[in-house]
Design a binder for this molecule. Sequence first.
Ligand code: ADP
Ligand code: NI
Length: 214
Amino acid sequence: MELINKTIVFVKEKLNDAEGGHDWFHIERVYKNALLIAKDTNCDETVVQLGALLHDIADSKFHNGDETIGPKTARVFLEAENVSEEIIAHVVNIIENISYKGGNFERKFSSVELDIVQDADRLDAIGAIGVARAFNYGGFKNRALYNPEIAPVTNMTKEEYKKNNAPTINHFYEKLLLLKDKMNTEKGKEIAAERHRFMESFLAQFYAEWEGVK
Ligand code: ADP
Ligand code: NI
């Protein structure tokens, strides 16, 4: 418990000036989701807790694409806390393999603890929180909410698409609505199904309001 409390203090401090979608409260929600799933699953709870708390400690998106900083930062912290090498290696594997990466990313590591933390992180990208985070991120990138002329999943190359600064609504079709079928755990699937339905009704209402029919 002492270790978990120290980790919470460390992560809060590290994420002090993080952008709204990746701040301490994101970590706290993922931590809670992870505990909820872990309750129903046979797993090493310490690894799940540490993995959830440290999973976004240094997101490569905000460190010039450097994907080694997060795992390194976590390792240095855990070593200083005299955590066993077995646990450190497992937590580092979770951090290195949790990300969605457009869906083409093949995991080089698997464990039930990674399954749980990954589901917990994905749950925070869908539902009402998911909607809020997507528009927050879109605002951070100065993107339009929606543009009927820029359809999601186009024939444009990635570069062209990026230059077009795809509106945030597109992100639902490119990622958020796909997540429910990527959940690993039974509990995760159950929660995701409900959050998915909420996003569908959000989108239906959004288009209706866009057309001025509701
Ligand atoms: P992950 O932690 O799985 O790698 P990201 O860091 O890519 O997820 O995304 C963090 C949050 O920002 C998520 O809620 C995600 O939906 C949102 N986000 C990422 N890319 C976009 C985008 N192009 N448009 C809108 N929201 C985005
Ligand atoms: Ni995350």
